[in-house]
Design a protein around this ligand. Structure first.
Ligand code: ADP
Ligand code: MG
Ligand code: MG
Length: 254
């Protein structure tokens, strides 16, 4: 089953074209990595997929499980089953992480036509999910993301993902300052959550995350396009050789 299909996607930010024809197809059960130098358009791509209002899709097509989602609001995309960490607020002083997660979880359930989960059942559920991300329960009683380290924020992101069980998760490794423990935890969480009916798109500048999450496909983005696609060996080649040679090889083709 095709989960995500992107065809000749063009998008602008402040009138400047950043995405210049992205093509990508993601099927159920697959993990894709999108790699590329800083400024190649990776984060822009994830934001356009989420429907971020600052990013204008000017042409092309985005379908999710066969439905055109180009006109959907970000929250409607989330309801449909697309998860992007940045859809959630960065810091909310005075609101405990536990309450925040419960409200987000119940809002999601209601949007799926399900009943709200009561506080006690939610506490049981979240305890189970905490193990996936190896987070301490004390973490739930702190304000949302307030004073969280980069690693804690990432863990929290994976916790949200574990709760919402999205069909498509798009993870942008924007924080390159993750320590190795946080990285392993994030990877372990993603590996546990990945199953034959969902899909993951990992966006990363560095190969190191891919030491822990083995992608089925690796795509290289340059100047707003995916210039080449391969298996995990492509990431290994990038790690060994850097981007220059691969970019030069494929420039003529795009
Ligand atoms: P990456 O995630 O691969 O590092 P980005 O998508 O962040 O790349 O950036 C791609 C290009 O788009 C860069 O040249 C960047 O300056 C530009 N860009 C991204 N976001 C904005 C924005 N909000 N306003 C103006 N330019 C932007
Ligand atoms: Mg960047
Ligand atoms: Mg980025």
């Amino acid at each position: 089953e095709v989960i995500l299909s992107v065809r000749d996607l063009h998008a602008t930010v402040d009138g400047t074209e950043i995405l210049k024809g992205v093509n990508l197809e993601v099927k159920a059960g697959e993990i894709h990595a999108i790699m590329g130098l800083n400024g190649s358009g990776k984060s822009t791509f994830s934001k356009v997929l989420a429907g971020h209002p600052d990013y204008e899709m000017t042409s092309g097509e985005i379908t999710f499980k066969g439905e055109d989602i180009a006109e959907l609001e970000p929250h409607e995309r989330a309801t449909a089953g697309i998860f992007l960490a940045f859809q959630y607020p960065l810091e909310i002083p005075g609101v405990s992480n536990r309450d925040f997660l419960r409200v987000a979880f119940n809002a999601h359930r209601k949007s799926q036509g399900e009943e709200e989960m009561d506080v006690f059942d939610f506490d049981d559920l979240i305890e189970e999910k905490l193990e996936v991300v190896k987070m301490d329960a004390a973490f739930l009683d702190r304000s949302v993301n307030e004073g969280f380290s980069g690693g804690e924020k990432k863990r929290n992101e994976i916790l949200q993902m574990a709760l919402l069980e999205p069909t498509l998760s798009i993870l942008d490794e924007t924080d390159s300052g993750l320590d190795i423990d946080a990285l392993k935890t994030v990877a372990g969480g993603v590996n546990q959550l990945a199953n034959p009916s969902n899909a993951v798109v990992m966006i990363t500048h560095y190969q190191r995350l891919l030491n822990y999450i083995v992608p089925d496909y690796v795509h290289v983005m340059a100047d707003g396009r995916i210039i080449t696609t391969g298996g995990k060996e492509l990431a290994e080649r990038l790690e060994a050789e850097g981007y220059e040679e691969i970019m030069a090889e494929h420039k003529a083709e795009v």
